[in-house]
Design a protein around this ligand. Sequence first.
Ligand code: AMP
Ligand code: ZN
Length: 480
Amino acid sequence: MSDLKLFNSLTRQLETFQPVHPGEARVYSCGPTVYNYPHIGNMRAYVFADTLGRVLSYKGYKLTHIINITDVGHLTDDADAGEDKMEKMAAERAQSIWDIARHYTEAYWADIKALNIRQPAKWSIATDYVPQMIEFAKSIADKHCYELESGLYFDTSTVANYGALARAQTDEGANSQGGRIEAVEGKRHAADFAIWRKTPEGEKRQMEWDSPWGRGAPGWHLECSVMSGDLLGFPFDIHTGGIDHREIHHPNEIAQNQAFCHSDHSGARMWMHNNFLIERSGKMSKSAGEFLRVQLLIDKGFHPLAYRLMCLQAHYRSELEFSWEGLQAAFTRLKRMVMAVAAVKGIEPASETTDKRLLDLFERFDDAVSDDLNTAIALTALEETLSLKKVDQGQKLLAIAQMDTVLGLDLLQLERADLRVQPKKAQISATEIEAALTSRKEARANKDFAKSDAIRDELIAKGVEVMDGDPLGWDWRIEV
Ligand code: AMP
Ligand code: ZN
């Protein structure tokens, strides 16, 4: 097996993974803010974290993966401007924040399942950790924080190399948060951030707690420092998130961790970031009426794992542009894989691989995933394995199973029928289509071509494309 090399955003270099605790891998991923449904861009972050976890497990490390759920504290701006996203949505909907959080957490978990993302060791919920957050804040308050009318703030000049992860310039006004200094009155430096946000006099928030700095709510960055440290212990191995977190959220977590640990250590050995999924029109957003959710893909007749495959086709550090054509192409690729696996399903898998061609392909697969999770190349090794002829079928099945454990396309479970996702707008069911096609076959056998054409026309009118002689054996599909 090759050494596992991963790109560490801290050093902007590939580094060989060396666990803090021998034989173990401890990973923390920033989770969603549950004020709305996740869009498929958000889900790319978890497909990436899942792939990382799967590769670490495959390499033999005992994985402890934590993903948090942010149900408090994340403002509409990642720096300290704007309103709490959860409070804002609750006010707009005249609903309780707790109900909103529950609803969107469950929706997020449904997407996690649909994309075959493995369950982490724990989903840590931010509001369950408020007492620990207060204790953490108390321990750093004297040396690193100052109090203002609006709350307790972290003084970023009290830690070494603040913002190194973002490669931000720390001189006033020139850093990534320059220009926002006026957002909070009295902040010493533009980059200083809230540890505790006091509820303004005369106001009441739905979510608020007592603290030494008055009644209020924790700052967003605090939760991840507290939960990662509590659940994984500082220093742990890898902290993940989307590339936007490299700029503000993670530098702020690092500053808190340094303060808490009385050390220059960032709290995690490696910080890894996935690049964005974008739309041609620009950044993916949740504001447009119908935004891109996993459920929308399903409603349009795509299997959600086609989206997982689309993610795996790109390198996680590259931007990926979403298009329906791209998704369609990934879906066709997935179908081909499922069909190829069908041929070896049910065979007893071998217990070891001795075939030279399989061994070579597996080496290529291992090299690829070991090279900063190059899933695009790993997929080609899987496909070549699938198309190998005159090879021991049990050994072939074993190789497919091993590769798919890493890629998570669920190839051994997926059936052709599962891939026939019924589009929401479909006017006819799969059973009705199958019945119509059986009648058409009979008509053709009886040389009643008028009848067979009429059946076909009726199907076309209902949006069904009849694919006679399709090499993959897909006799029909509903236009999406
Ligand atoms: P949020 O719920 O906004 O905190 O985001 C959840 C995760 O999705 C974070 O790790 C973000 O960095 C990540 N993220 C947000 N937008 C995108 C996108 N378009 N593509 C990939 N990841 C994203
Ligand atoms: Zn976080």
